[in-house]
Design a protein around this ligand. Structure first.
Ligand code: AMP
Length: 173
């Protein structure tokens, strides 16, 4: 998938949600109906036959994560912020710039030994993706890879993720 074509439909919003952050808004991609199948195929290509499940991180990780799972013909399971999931969960906390956050997944949906692909819209510092991997480890699942639409390459998070699994993205800034 042509990176420049994707970049045309990712809107950069300066100083959101706070001064100094250039927010990469991927939602305009969703309005380009004809692009979705190609995006899904490009996201899926490296992982065909290599994963048993896709987990998507709330909430923008759901938008393409579900399509990715369908393409790979494997289950999709959501990772959500604390307190949203109704059944028994396992959770993982991680540090943010200010304070901390907790993510959760339904425990019974993850079987030990499952090869999981973690998907989110964007990789920044890698903190969220690593927390997702640690969460899956608690369920004795295996992180087989990380998948993103966007990688903020200047933050060098792929090197950090490498310790857990390989990662793949469609667009780099
Ligand atoms: P991190 O844990 O630092 O890798 O941050 C990744 C999460 O924060 C993802 O769920 C992104 O949606 C969101 N995020 C962080 N930075 C940005 C940004 N510059 N533009 C859009 N989303 C971002």
């Amino acid at each position: 998938m042509d990176e420049n074509l994707l970049k045309k439909h990712i809107k950069e919003v300066p100083d959101f949600p706070k001064p100094g952050i250039s927010f990469k808004d991927i939602t305009p991609l969703l309005s380009q109906v004809e692009l979705y199948p190609g995006i899904i195929e490009s996201l899926a290509k490296p992982w065909i036959g290599k994963v048993d499940m896709v987990v998507g991180i709330e909430s923008r990780g759901f938008l393409f994560g579900m399509g990715l799972a369908q393409f790979l013909k494997v289950p999709f399971v959501p990772i959500r912020k604390k307190g949203k999931l109704p059944r028994k969960t396992i959770s993982q906390s991680y540090d943010l710039e200010y304070g901390s956050a907790t993510i959760e997944i339904h425990h019974e949906d993850i079987k030990p030994g499952t090869r999981v692909l973690i998907h989110d819209d964007l990789l920044a510092t890698g903190g969220t993706a690593i927390a997702a991997s640690l969460l899956l480890k608690k369920a004795e699942a295996i992180t087989s890879g990380f998948s993103f639409i966007v990688d903020l390459e200047f933050l060098k998070a792929t090197a950090k993720l490498q310790e857990y699994a390989s990662s793949h993205s469609l667009v780099q800034y």
